[in-house]
Design a protein around this ligand. Sequence first.
Ligand SMILES: O=P(O)(O)OC[C@H]1O[C@H](OP(=O)(O)OP(=O)(O)O)[C@H](O)[C@@H]1O
Ligand SMILES: Nc1ncnc2[nH]cnc12
Length: 182
Amino acid sequence: MSSLIDPRYIRDRIRTVPDWPQSGVQFRDITPLLQDPKTFRVLVDCFVHRYMDHDIDVVAGVDARGFILGAVIAYELNRGFVPVRKKGKLPFDTVAEEYELEYGSATVELHADAVKPGDRVLLIDDLVATGGTMIAAARLIQRLGAVVSEAAAIVDLPELGGSTLVREQGIPLFTLCHFAGH
Ligand SMILES: O=P(O)(O)OC[C@H]1O[C@H](OP(=O)(O)OP(=O)(O)O)[C@H](O)[C@@H]1O
Ligand SMILES: Nc1ncnc2[nH]cnc12
């Protein structure tokens, strides 16, 4: 299924910041989408419209921008929200996965009781670049015996290959818009 709205509506409202956080990176800044109340509502509605008739048990959001969207989507779907956090932030027993980024490497963690075996999890982040974050987050969910029903993000940067890698891992991926180049 395609998106509820024209991808250009979303893409045109994302700010591109050249050479941030380092030279050569075109940073796709989604904060203007959140700042404008009308755009924020449309953005959330795109995901809620898609997932309200999926059989989702839990919504997982990725630190940090996936928290903003994921929590609102979970609330609207009347489901619980679980955070996939950067290393060292979660207080209870965790599972952890290390991964490579467009700029550096990192580790994500999930509470060991965040999802149950057999749960169908909607995994939310803002953007897929190399795909490392989304794949690591999906592995955490899978290691706990749950299923990633779908991974979803606002932005795909297809030239970095991440969306292809995510799908090659057998993880369905939905994005609202993409940018050529990175
Ligand atoms: O597909 P990838 O190459 O893994 O990149 C995508 C990830 O990078 C960004 O987060 P970042 O790690 O910059 O952290 P932040 O949300 O704390 O800024 C973005 O929000 C995604 O989580
Ligand atoms: N180009 C980019 N813009 C925004 N977030 C990112 N995360 C990784 N690459 C990114």
